[in-house]
Design a protein around this ligand. Structure first.
Ligand SMILES: *[C@@H]1O[C@H](CO)[C@@H](O)[C@H](O)[C@H]1NC(C)=O
Ligand SMILES: *[C@@H]1O[C@H](CO)[C@@H](O)[C@H](O)[C@H]1NC(C)=O
Ligand SMILES: *[C@@H]1O[C@H](CO)[C@@H](O)[C@H](O)[C@H]1NC(C)=O
Ligand SMILES: *[C@@H]1O[C@H](CO)[C@@H](O)[C@H](O)[C@H]1NC(C)=O
Ligand SMILES: *[C@@H]1O[C@H](CO)[C@@H](O)[C@H](O)[C@H]1NC(C)=O
Ligand SMILES: *[C@@H]1O[C@H](CO)[C@@H](O)[C@H](O)[C@H]1NC(C)=O
Length: 374
């Protein structure tokens, strides 16, 4: 009778000792390779960063789990980790000094998370060792970018070389957001919703080599924006995939694109999204050509613009015609009724007239006129 509880107790004892035993080797849900200095905890529905990751670890991958928060205790004792990926974890909160124990950290991947709370000192890594920071699709919504800007400022990230902020639905970049990243070489801002660059956006990373602004919402770049694009002296730009509006407002940008000042690597791929007549036309081919912005001799550009406006007028007239026909069609019963009514009314009037005529004239003549059928 007593054997069952005793067995249960001993099983419980083994279970309770197990985490302690494994902690010195490899945390539950993880695979550890001492030879490769690598620990992987992939898609194990972990709710927090596992304790007991071995101290030899250089490469730590904790991806595809359900970790909501990282804090100062999360990575304690992991002084040798240089590559940390926390991608795809639904992390919402990064607390102060969360990565401070990682004295050798060079690459931090926080992509595919839901960051909403980013403490101002969330990204500080001692000694400025961090080189690569991946925040692609990492922000919960646009509001988080303000927190992020503060964290970039106070993170001591002078050594950062690469920052990936793509796919974050960013609408605008807080002024001076990159001002404290003087060493930055690559800045990826692709697939956001940016519409304009304001004075000072790229002040700070003067040695930027690559700036990716593809797949945003730029309709053009005005003078202020062009100045920002020229600010880093040696930057190569990627600007395709934006809905460029090929009208007057594009004039400065088109001229800039064709000038020696521009270093746009994908300039052949820039296309107009509007007006309809210029849809998918190459922005580059428009070049410095006037976009019908100024009065003057009817040049090629003006002729093109004129054609465009005629085409547009044609479309509008065609549309009006179609609407008119459609209204007629919808009213066909009413119209038919109206025609019948009118015809009846006319007939009544004519008959009345006829009748009066008959009354007024000689009855014999009237007889002749009705039977003669002239
Ligand atoms: C980190 O690596 C160094 C050198 O490889 C080693 O001496 C040290 O013990 C490691 N740290 C830990 C916590 O294991
Ligand atoms: C950042 O992470 C995303 C997705 O996890 C990946 O596709 C992208 O290549 C990474 N960026 C860099 C610069 O490595
Ligand atoms: C972003 O998310 C936070 C937290 O849910 C919310 O308070 C805020 O209003 C959201 N901001 C936007 C612009 O949707
Ligand atoms: C762009 O970002 C959205 C989320 O913001 C994502 O769903 C989509 O896959 C991204 N597209 C590309 C081409 O990366
Ligand atoms: C941009 O800002 C700087 C200082 O912040 C100022 O000196 C400069 O005149 C501004 N440029 C434009 C075009 O507004
Ligand atoms: C581009 O600029 C050059 C002068 O720098 C000019 O000769 C050329 O016609 C321009 N190209 C277009 C397509 O406007």
């Amino acid at each position: 009778m007593l054997r069952v509880p005793v067995l249960a107790l001993s099983v419980a004892a083994v279970l309770m000792r197990a985490p302690g035993l494994r902690a010195s080797s490899c945390p539950p849900g993880c695979e550890c390779s001492e030879a490769a200095l690598t620990v992987k905890c992939l898609s194990k529905e972990l709710r927090e960063v596992p304790a007991g990751v071995p101290g030899y670890t250089r490469n730590l991958f904790i991806t595809g789990n359900s970790i909501r928060r990282v804090g100062p205790e999360s990575f304690r004792g992991l002084e040798n980790v240089s590559t940390l990926s926390l991608s795809n974890n639904r992390i919402a909160e990064v607390q102060s000094q969360a990565f401070s124990p990682l004295r050798s950290l060079r690459s931090l991947d926080l992509s595919h998370n839901e960051l909403a709370l980013i403490h101002p000192e969330a990204l500080s890594v001692p000694g400025g060792s961090l080189r690569e920071l991946n925040l692609s699709r990492a922000l919960y919504n646009h509001s988080a970018v303000v927190d992020l800007a503060t964290a970039l400022r106070w993170g001591g990230l002078g050594g950062l070389l690469g920052l990936d902020l793509s796919s974050n639905r960013l609408v605008l970049l807080p002024p001076g957001m990159f001002a404290h990243l003087p060493g930055l070489r690559r800045l990826l801002l692709a697939n956001n919703s940016l519409v304009a660059l304001h004075n000072g956006t790229f002040a700070g990373p003067e040695r930027l080599e690559k700036l990716d602004l593809t797949l945003n919402a730029f309709r053009t770049f005005r003078e202020e924006g062009l100045q920002e694009l020229e600010r880093p002296a040696a930057v190569r730009l990627l600007l395709a995939g934006n809905p460029y509006a090929c009208s007057c407002e594009l004039e400065d940008f088109a001229a800039w694109l064709n000038s020696s000042r521009a270093r746009v690597d994908d300039s052949e791929l820039l296309t107009c999204a509007s007006p309809p007549a210029l849809r998918d036309a190459s922005v580059r081919a428009l070049g410095g050509r006037s976009l019908a912005c100024h009065d003057g001799p009817v040049g090629e550009g003006t002729a093109l613009a004129l054609q465009t406006s005629y085409a547009f007028l044609g479309v509008v007239l065609g549309f009006v015609g179609v609407v008119f026909l459609f209204v007629l069609y919808l009213n066909r019963r009413g119209i038919k009724k109206w025609i019948v009514d009118t015809r009846d009314a006319c007939r009544d009037v004519l008959e009345g007239y006829h009748y009066r005529y008959e009354m007024d004239s000689d009855p014999r003549l009237g007889h002749v006129s009705t039977s003669g059928d002239l």
